[in-house]
Design a binder for this molecule. Structure first.
Ligand SMILES: [Zn+2]
Length: 348
């Protein structure tokens, strides 16, 4: 939340405060929220991953102190911070493991190093999971018992929250909804994880661009071909812009993504019976107010209607998430709060 006018004035805030850190490949976002999850200060800076893990962790820890200063809150009024990072991770140990975008981080204890530099205990979380917890705390799933969030970005992130619990798994690999199997055919699309037929191979920004490229190469996407020839970069935004003008190939591509998402969501409904399913991330085609975003959501719902138990179709809303780019740090802060209350029930 870069816009300072949207920060809650400290006089209206409710102590204690919780810090949330969202580590991305490009940016670090750090927010301080009050006990109701309202942002009182925010700071962002470039990740600069090539400076190495210790430098990145030092700057994340210092940023926690920065947001405390910006808000005029003493560190002693912040019981705990939350840190969300991309996976895969070993959440119990505090590591990111084998993450392509974070060379040199393998086996480095990011949780303990951020804790050291911030001077606070740190709750370590998967970034997608944290985003879901944010929606659960103050977003589109507030006051609901459970949720599944699919974050549609470069990849497809997943978050499952039930009660106050995030579903992390025995090996920190649960809630990987982007890697549920939707197509077992030998010819299924290859997922960036190296296995075929996973949802992410059909429903991520990367896969949309790959499918668009295939149509351009096959000569079945005149509008996109012309736009790319004119110097436009082939991105989900370009497909969205073309779809807005009624370009048939672009509309079909977005329809395909929606159909596969509906298939994946059907499995999640039958496995978890969540109170709500949310779609977040950068690739939501403008969301509900945009005709393309609206049609995208309706197409997902239609596919689920075809395939899921009627009672679940009737009772489970499928909607867009509401916190946008704030979900990660808000959720990490919320998870820190939840862990603090678990460890110190008398503070509840
Ligand atoms: Zn996969």
């Amino acid at each position: 939340m870069k816009d300072r006018s949207r920060w809650l004035p400290i006089a209206q805030a409710r102590a204690p405060f919780w810090a949330g850190v969202d580590l991305g490949g490009t940016n670090i976002k750090v927010g301080l929220v009050d006990d109701d999850g309202r942002t009182v200060a925010f700071h962002t800076e470039k990740t600069l991953v090539d400076r190495g893990p210790e430098d990145v962790c030092r700057r994340m820890g210092e940023s926690v102190r920065t947001v405390a200063e910006l808000a005029g809150v003493a560190l002693s009024d912040i019981p705990r911070a939350g840190l969300g990072t991309p996976g895969p991770q070993d959440l119990k140990a505090g590591f990111i493991i084998r993450a392509g975008n974070f060379p040199g981080f393998d086996g480095f204890n990011v949780r303990d190093r951020v804790s050291h530099h911030a001077g606070l205990p740190v709750t370590f979380a998967n970034d997608a999971t944290a985003a879901g917890f944010g929606e659960h705390w103050i977003g589109a799933a507030a006051h609901l018992e459970s949720l599944v969030l699919l974050t549609l970005g470069t990849g497809v992130g997943g978050s499952i929250v039930i009660g106050e619990a995030t579903i992390d798994g025995a090996n920190s690999h649960a809630s990987e909804c982007g890697h549920i199997l939707v197509d077992p055919a030998p010819t299924a699309r290859m997922c960036p994880c190296g296995k075929r037929g996973h949802l992410e191979a059909y429903a991520s920004a990367k896969s949309l661009v790959a499918m668009a490229r295939e149509r351009i190469d096959a000569g079945t996407a005149a509008g996109l071909t012309q736009a790319v020839a004119g110097g436009a970069e082939l991105t989900p935004e370009l497909v969205w812009a073309q779809a807005k003008t009624g370009d048939a190939a672009s509309l079909e591509l977005i329809d395909t993504v929606a159909r596969w998402l509906g298939i994946g969501i059907t499995t999640l409904l039958h496995t978890l019976d969540p109170a709500i399913v949310l779609l977040g991330g950068a690739m939501t085609f403008g969301g509900e107010p945009d005709p393309v975003g609206h049609a995208f959501l309706e197409r997902i719902r239609a596919e689920v209607r075809e395939r899921a138990f009627p009672l679940l179709v009737e009772r489970t809303p499928i909607r867009f998430a509401t916190l946008g780019g704030d979900a990660g740090y808000v959720g990490a802060a919320g998870m820190a709060r939840a862990e603090h209350l678990r460890l110190h029930p008398s503070d509840a």
